[in-house]
Ligand binder design. Structure first.
Ligand code: NAD
Ligand code: MG
Length: 457
């Protein structure tokens, strides 16, 4: 017996004639096995042939309260952002099941204080030291304590009281606190895809070592997690990541150079923070998600495809070896994947919008156009190469998005800067975390230099 799995129905992975009946051969094959092992908390030493598990259910992590015996205490990193605010809505609608214990943000102190007055967390953290001097923080509730700086956040996120950590800081800035949470064996609801893009193998190894669980908040990966439960992991042929195609799905390629930030910030189906909205317009977001899926599900990039689906109803799919495709459908509303990552393996009647099956609805699918959206090729390349490629792609893209938003470079330069940094960077195949942070800094510096060479300030 081992912790956490309810034994019942489905054979999760079994020995088959094509692996000679040897369960270890199954275990060692590339595929989403380590994620499944991790998700269902199966010790690595447990031969899969002997694992009879209900693949549709994972019980709560050992340190978490069973059922509804007490609230789950959550830390919301990036609480003032789009994902953070939706998280607080989910918690408010959970009938006391989820209680925010810590809220953290960078500079938006006013919003943070407003949130603290409503949810009364034990702690708020402001990572920006200048912003931490804001007078508005005097208005925090008397029973809420204030901590300042990134180091304080990394320390507090490891507090034994915390059951689940929502990692929803935007960009590379989210890596350190997510790493700290995984180090402390927390269950992490991961919205900050950049953590896996930069350091996927190291992050997953750390989680395997500490016993932390990573549950995806990204809607595509949440859909895949749910769809994977329909079959054995050795039966997966490929993952199909859906993409809305963004606001420029049908725009002629000649017009891309004159796209303005305002146009790129108007996403047709999703309402999100500015960085991910620009990433969706370039389809760099899908590139980042391809890399995220590659590490999270431990599946080769060649087995991950992107399908454009403008309605954003089908959030992603898994194709099994028999040709069966299992999808997850719901309106484009992040509250659903957030809720699932916060309360998995349970589901509750939460605040996310529902599909209306009494009205006519059309779902369409088309292949992506890599000529207009070259970022997709960059993502596939980085997911295939691994090593430092993801960190370079991410850093160069963050710089390029920032320059595009302040109108210093055209829209079309975003994948160009990223391409140049991927080509030029001193690639390492098996970097340490320090190597990754060094290459992140290198790419930021070089991307700025590249931009200034193209258009001197
Ligand atoms: P956002 O810009 O709306 O919010 C970002 C949050 O991070 C804010 O609370 C901000 O204060 C905080 N933050 C920024 N820099 C920080 C720092 N250095 N230290 C501490 N806090 C910092 O972003 P968002 O749209 O909510 O996205 C957050 C993450 O979730 C991103 O990684 C994004 O890719 C991912 N994500 C978002 C969505 C979505 O629908 N918004 C969907 C999937 C994944
Ligand atoms: Mg997504």
């Amino acid at each position: 017996m081992w912790n956490g799995l309810r034994l019942s129905r489905t054979l999760l992975v079994k020995a088959t004639p094509d692996n000679g009946g040897d369960s270890r051969a199954v275990r060692d094959r590339p595929g989403p096995l380590s994620f499944v092992r991790h998700l269902f908390m199966i010790p690595a030493a447990m031969p899969y042939a002997h694992v009879i598990a209900d693949a549709s259910r994972r019980s709560a992590a050992p340190h978490e309260p069973a059922g509804h015996s007490r609230p789950l205490l959550i830390a919301v990193l990036g609480s003032t952002g789009s994902i953070g605010r939706s998280t607080l809505e989910v918690a408010a609608a959970s009938a006391g099941r989820l209680r925010p214990w810590l809220l953290a943000a960078c500079r938006s102190t006013e919003k943070l204080v407003q949130q603290a007055k409503v949810v009364r967390p034990a702690w708020v953290v402001v990572t920006d030291k200048q912003a931490a001097a804001d007078e508005v923080l005097q208005d925090l509730p008397a029973d809420t304590r204030l901590a300042v700086g990134q180091e304080a956040l990394c320390e507090l996120v490891q507090a034994p009281q915390i059951d689940r950590v929502v990692s929803a800081i935007v960009g590379a800035a989210g890596l350190a606190s997510t790493w700290a949470a995984i180090e402390a064996a927390k269950t992490v609801a991961l919205a900050n895809k950049e953590t896996l893009v930069m350091a996927g193998p190291l992050v997953m190894q750390l989680a395997a070592r500490t016993g932390a669980t990573i549950l995806p908040v990204d809607s595509e990966h949440s859909a895949i997690m749910q769809a994977l439960r329909a079959g054995g992991s050795h039966e997966v042929r490929r993952l199909l990541l859906t993409a809305s195609g963004g606001p420029f799905r049908t725009l002629a390629v000649e017009q891309f150079a004159s796209i303005t930030p305002q146009q790129a910030l108007a996403h047709p189906t999703w309402s999100m923070g500015p960085k991910i909205t620009i990433d969706s317009a370039t389809m760099m977001n899908k590139a980042l998600e391809l890399i995220e899926a590659r590490w999270l599900f431990d599946i080769p990039a060649a087995q991950i495809d992107v399908v454009v689906h403008p309605q954003s109803i089908v959030h992603s799919m898994v194709e099994f070896v028999d040709g069966s495709v299992v999808a997850q459908l719901s309106p484009p509303d992040m509250k659903l994947p957030i809720q699932l990552a916060l309360d998995d393996p349970q589901r509750f009647d939460g605040p996310a919008r529902r599909l209306d099956w009494t009205a006519a609805m059309q779902l369409s699918f088309e292949p992506p156009d890599v000529e207009r959206f070259p970022a997709l090729l960059l993502g596939r390349e980085a997911a295939t190469r691994g090593g430092t490629a993801g960190a370079v792609l991410n850093a160069a893209n963050e710089v390029a998005v920032e320059y595009f938003l302040k109108q210093s470079i055209p829209f079309t330069a975003i994948p160009q800067v990223t391409r140049a940094m991927l080509d030029d960077h001193p690639y390492q195949a098996t970097p340490s975390l320090d190597d990754i942070l060094a290459v992140d800094a290198w790419a930021r510096r070089e991307a700025v230099a590249w931009i200034e060479r193209q258009a001197p300030p």
